[in-house]
Design a binder for this molecule. Structure first.
Ligand SMILES: NC(=O)C1=CN([C@@H]2O[C@H](COP(=O)(O)OP(=O)(O)OC[C@H]3O[C@@H](n4cnc5c(N)ncnc54)[C@H](O)[C@@H]3O)[C@@H](O)[C@H]2O)C=CC1
Ligand SMILES: NCC(=O)COP(=O)(O)O
Length: 323
């Protein structure tokens, strides 16, 4: 459910309300049931296992309730809410890791609130990866919309640290995991990866920065030697217009905003955050807690609906690959 004071509860309820027209697979919410009941007056049912959730899904939104969020006031996050969000995340990861559920869809959490309670991971991506025993470099944050998929190679780090964090090994690891993830989760058999440069004009042959020559080009060469269709580095400013987007299946970007500005500009109400490289399927709406509108019935559920739909499709595709 994410932070109980954010818009997570509302968009889950709104997704349930359109479950038939959106063709969503059965799902249950994990979190404090009161957070949903405060912002929505539709039918809910508290369940204690997945079987009960599936049986109830048609009639009411099933909730595996973690009743420990304290006083919940939409728009006003606090420490108890952050602890409840983390507790719910841990429970939900366990349900999927144990195969009781087929996929994990996380709600938006407040990173600042989580850091305040001692959360040491940059985000939920790295937390879930660790719980699955996957090294951070091999877990890929992909943001996907109908006409664009992007991957930030570095994620929640200060911009000033990006250049020092980029390495040939990291770029190759992200490229490999992205190619494999596009195949397993999206059914793209020979994915085309484009790499963005870090510097203006992709470094202008080294005169505006050397990361392209020293790091990105050698990484692309290594990926190509492994049979992966990797191209670039391209100047980031001309990578996202409609014609450019027909030439690749995903763009790997050097830092967070280089990737997230184009996807949120194009697909804010339908963007999905999917973690590649995990043994399980994890998706999330590609937006945050939106505390400023929580509890006001203003939250658009589109990205949550798309995240649930993508999780269902990826789980089905992976199951068919395994058989
Ligand atoms: N996957 C996750 O858990 C994510 C969590 N966050 C967290 O969210 C918190 C707030 O971050 P912000 O940068 O303010 O981003 P945000 O996405 O929460 O809000 C940015 C703007 O978009 C609006 N907005 C967001 N989702 C909306 C929706 N579904 N319908 C209508 N309007 C919507 C908000 O009202 C606000 O004006 C931060 O603490 C951040 O850590 C941010 C991104 C992803
Ligand atoms: N901006 C994307 C984002 O914050 C995703 O974070 P998380 O899914 O790793 O928690």
């Amino acid at each position: 459910m994410g932070d109980p004071a954010g818009i997570g509860p509302e968009i889950i309820a709104k997704a349930w309300a359109v479950r038939h027209s959106a063709g969503l697979p059965p799902f249950l919410a994990v979190g404090d049931a009161r957070a949903i009941e405060k912002v929505w007056d539709g039918p809910t049912v508290r369940v204690s296992d997945i079987g009960a959730a599936v049986a109830a899904f048609d009639q009411a939104l099933p909730i595996l309730s973690v009743d420990d969020a304290g006083e919940i006031t939409p728009g006003q996050p606090d420490v108890e809410g952050a602890r409840c969000a983390l507790h719910a995340l841990e429970l939900a990861v366990g349900l999927v890791r144990s195969d009781a559920a087929s996929a994990l869809v996380t709600g938006p959490v407040s990173k600042a609130q989580l850091y305040d309670i001692g959360f040491t991971h940059p985000g939920q991506t790295e937390f879930v990866a660790e719980r699955c025993g996957v090294a951070g470099a091999n877990a890929v944050m992909m943001l996907a919309g109908p006409s664009l998929r992007v991957v930030p190679i570095t994620t929640h780090v200060p911009l000033a640290a990006v250049s020092g964090l980029l390495s040939i090994e990291l770029i190759v690891a992200k490229g490999r995991a992205t190619a494999r993830g596009l195949c397993r989760n999206f059914g793209i058999e020979a994915p085309r990866l484009a790499f963005a440069g870090l510097n203006p004009h992709a470094g202008e042959s080294g005169s505006i920065g050397r990361e392209e020559i020293e790091l990105i080009e050698p990484a692309i060469a290594q990926l190509r030697a492994e049979g992966i269709d990797a191209t670039g580095p391209f100047a980031a400013d001309t990578l996202f217009h409609p014609r450019a987007r027909t030439a690749y299946d995903a763009v790997l970007c050097c830092y967070h905003d280089q990737a997230l500005i184009p996807i949120k500009t194009l697909h804010f109400d339908e963007g999905v955050n999917i973690t590649l490289g995990l043994p399980l399927v994890r998706t999330s709406p590609d937006h945050g807690t939106a505390f400023g509108i929580a509890g006001q019935d203003q939250a658009h559920p589109g990205a949550m609906i798309a995240a649930i739909a993508m999780a269902g499709e990826a789980a089905r595709r992976r199951a068919s690959l395994a058989n």
